[in-house]
Write a protein that binds this ligand. Sequence first.
Ligand SMILES: Nc1ncnc2c1ncn2[C@@H]1O[C@H](COP(=O)(O)OP(=O)(O)OP(=O)(O)O)[C@@H](O)[C@H]1O
Length: 284
Amino acid sequence: MAELVLRNAVSAAPLRGPGAVAQPLRATVPQPLLQVDGVSLEYRTPERVVRATHRVGFDVHAAERYVLLGPSGCGKSTLLKAIAGFIPPVEGEIRLDGRRVTAPGPDRIVVFQEFDQLPPWKTVRENVMFPLLASRTLPRKEASERALHYLDKVGLSKFADVHPHQLSGGMKQRVAIARALAMQPRVLLMDEPFAALDALTRRKMQEELLALWDEVRFTLLFVTHSIEEALVVGSRIALLSPHPGRMRAEINSHAFDLHSTGGAEFQATAQRIHHLLFEEETSV
Ligand SMILES: Nc1ncnc2c1ncn2[C@@H]1O[C@H](COP(=O)(O)OP(=O)(O)OP(=O)(O)O)[C@@H](O)[C@H]1O
């Protein structure tokens, strides 16, 4: 059953039944793996300062699939980059295992939308091995074995020795996912990883990602602006208001998967999210 935790919900109608307002059970759950605590992020250009997010806060627990959902420009990618350690907050703090994030690290690996994130002169296996070798995580033989292990998990062991240009867009994304998982990060960060794929491939990739999660139980932070994708992929969703991004609501979506998309509760929750985004857009 979907639950909404509304933040700053001035314009939102009270909710009853499925999707009712819920209190976060923070006192009874273990220490979060990732804490985003009142984080404001800015870009400074010579002309002006752009505030991308304003005092955003949420917790992600181990093995959650946490989704950042919001309209274009609400700061989702910027938040992901800050969690990856590329952008320091101007306010607030990001903590992983209770320690402040100050720089990129092998405990947070990002998978991007672009298909060109794989160096084309390396084979698929070499691509997956590369971060393991570059970060001195494993020596060559063990890195090769681990690369094959994760390529197998994404169904690409037969393609280990080909070059990326011989793969489809979906296959390249699977290599990028295998490469990220091979590093066994504390959090896997995905920035609209399936947005450039056709609808059928995108659905298949969502299915595969969920199957992979079922097997490996990694912690996922996933950015999307698709409501349906958020509900399918996420176990919990942060809904961000438009520019600058603020926390609007948290939605518990663990009950949904690819088979629920046509169902009444799925559609009702998608509608409710749509209203929240729409209300916020018209009120600014
Ligand atoms: N390098 C940059 N310099 C200045 N402003 C930037 C830069 N990158 C992003 N911004 C601005 O910061 C805000 C947040 O951008 P961001 O890319 O994080 O949004 P988003 O929610 O990921 O959008 P989308 O879904 O379109 O990718 C936007 O207003 C954007 O114009």
